[in-house]
Design a protein around this ligand. Structure first.
Ligand SMILES: Cc1cc2nc3c(=O)[nH]c(=O)nc-3n(C[C@H](O)[C@H](O)[C@H](O)COP(=O)(O)OP(=O)(O)OC[C@H]3O[C@@H](n4cnc5c(N)ncnc54)[C@H](O)[C@@H]3O)c2cc1C
Ligand code: SF4
Length: 504
């Protein structure tokens, strides 16, 4: 029997439902779990806070941000001490953050899995994870980006990277028929990016799942320690403010609201655990822009086509190609008036690349006054010391490739030449002057083997409860050091497989 996709905001009256499994959140984790369970014959209800926005491919970036990005992309993890504050972006729509990705897919590196195994998660070996990864990679069509889709800027960064470290590697992405238009973060007009709203949710619907958008889940309902369902408020379609109540009774509950919201829902449900909301990892990311004499037209080519992991295992640094809309690029350039105009006129000579830290997971998520969390982030001394090292390395790759000037992600600082950068006191720049972003909140309800040091066991079951599972980025036992969507989908697929008793 085919399921249904409805906006609860458009329905009259209260919403009361019964089902086998209710899944909260329709993003990378939730969609995979809902699909697996629906296809296994369970009666599944999916509740998503955000709206269904099927036509983002036709929108301007600013419209897409307004309709599908959480809080218009201004969520902040406040930097404590000398740590940078970090702009954390996420999706708030059917398909969650999966709909906003650049399509980058990495498996969890073996050395990260080995670390988890050492901590007691003995089923998470690379060999045991392989079949789960293989299945998800097939479902979302992970493929290599051909070298001819690299932008000139990426080629140049690659030249510098090769001279100092090693050749860049081709990115793997969940795409089919990608045209390299570079607007992945704002919606793919060609449906070439196989985000979960394309690759999984239609399957869940075909298998009978009922999907409701506009449902803000407030808490899990319990009978003793057994989860019996969830309750919350339907969001008014126009104002997006909570209005009428809803409730769903279910034999099992899966929270997949992401690393920023799973801890809030659990806390509001009265669940207590010493590490709930702690160990937030963000993969702090920095962009370094370079100006070349030759035109590079950085907006041409696939958004994310190549990466350099030469320093990942040893120094926890990953370099990813990125592209940003020219308007955003112009807005991030230093200076005002004529000085800014001069740079703006050279946009086609500017190339950009990203560098990301495999961080020590030192952030915290706490309930705020309203619906959104309060996030704080205090970099570990090791992470903090690596920021200037990362930036100097990126600058050296650019200069090696012939860049005339580079622009650091430090507010108010003009472009630097190779010579001026030598004397620039980057190591003394305060964190609050740094421009830092994250698209990867993870690990606030970590998986582990000790109920005092983790929130879920190795099946994704919340310690001390029955019938309550977590299935999104919140369960990551540590920072990953690589873009996480494939890892999240795969861990969710494994949890769903264990829920239905699949043997692997
Ligand atoms: C701009 C951008 C680009 C990215 N690019 C890449 C990339 O190229 N490669 C990669 O690997 N990763 C990328 N990521 C990260 C990746 O998208 C996320 O790590 C992943 O989608 C997180 O999955 P999740 O299931 O934990 O959460 P999400 O996918 O964010 O899903 C959580 C869902 O829960 C909903 N929700 C939250 N609270 C509630 C509530 N109370 N009630 C009901 N619903 C709720 C949210 O609206 C959301 O839809 C990117 C992220 C962003 C923002
Ligand atoms: S670059 Fe490819 S995947 Fe991204 S929006 Fe364009 S066609 Fe879609």
């Amino acid at each position: 029997m085919a399921g249904s996709l409805q906006s609860a905001s458009r329905l009259a009256g209260e919403l009361r439902l019964d089902c086998d499994v209710v899944v909260v959140g329709s993003g990378a984790g939730g969609a995979v779990i809902a699909t697996t369970l629906a296809e296994a014959g369970y009666d599944v209800v999916v509740l998503e806070e955000g709206p269904h926005v099927p036509n983002t491919g036709a929108m301007r970036p600013s419209e897409s941000i307004r309709h599908t990005w959480r809080d218009g992309a201004v969520t902040l993890a406040v930097g404590l001490g000398d740590s940078p504050s970090i702009n954390v972006t996420a999706g708030r729509c059917l398909g969650g953050s999966s709909t906003l990705t650049g399509g980058v897919c990495f498996r969890i590196p073996d050395h990260v899995l080995d670390g988890w195994v050492k901590e007691g998660l003995t089923d998470l070996t690379p060999e045991k994870m392989d079949p789960w990864f293989t299945e998800v990679e097939r479902d979302v069509h992970v493929e290599e980006v051909p070298a001819n889709m690299r932008s000139r800027g990426t080629e140049l960064f690659g030249e510098g990277f090769s001279k100092i470290a090693a050749p860049l590697k081709p990115m793997r992405r969940n795409t089919r028929g990608c045209h390299g238009c570079g607007r992945c973060n704002f919606g793919c007009a060609h449906k070439a990016k196989l985000s979960v709203d394309i690759a999984y949710l239609p399957r869940a619907l075909a298998a009978g799942a009922r999907l409701y958008t506009g449902c803000l889940v407030g808490k899990v309902e319990f009978s003793g320690t057994r989860a019996t369902g969830v309750s919350g408020r339907i969001l008014d379609f126009d104002t997006q403010r909570p209005s009428r109540p809803f409730s769903v009774r279910a034999k099992r509950v899966v929270l997949a609201a992401g690393a920023m919201f799973n801890p809030l829902i659990l806390a509001k449900s009265g669940f207590k655990n010493p590490v709930l909301g702690k160990h937030l990892s963000l993969h702090p990311s920095f962009r370094v822009i370079a100006r070349f004499d030759e035109p590079v037209r950085g907006w041409e080519g696939a958004m994310q086509s190549a990466y350099g992991d030469f320093y990942e295992k040893t120094d926890g640094m990953l370099f990813n190609s990125v592209s940003v809309p020219t308007g955003v690029l112009a807005a991030t350039m230093p200076g005002f008036g004529t000085a800014h105009g001069k740079l703006r006129n050279q946009l086609d000579h500017l190339a950009i690349f990203g560098g990301m830290l495999h961080d020590d997971a030192t952030g915290t998520v706490r309930p705020g006054l309203g619906r959104e969390p309060i996030m704080t982030y205090r970099s570990s001394p090791r992470d903090r010391a690596r920021i200037p090292v990362l930036l100097r390395r990126m600058a050296s790759f650019w200069f090696e490739a012939g860049a005339k000037e580079i622009f650091l992600p430090v507010f108010g600082v003009p472009g630097q030449t190779a010579d001026s950068l030598k004397n620039f006191p980057l190591e003394e720049v305060h964190g609050r002057q740094m421009e830092c972003s994250s698209q990867h909140p993870l690990g606030t309800c970590q998986m582990g083997v000790d109920p005092q040091r983790s929130v879920v066991d190795d099946h994704g079951r919340v310690w001390g409860t029955q019938g309550l599972y977590l299935g999104c980025g919140s369960v990551m036992p540590s920072s990953l050091g690589v873009n996480p969507q494939l890892a999240i989908m795969t861990m969710a697929r494994r949890t769903a497989g264990l829920m239905v008793g699949e043997g692997r």
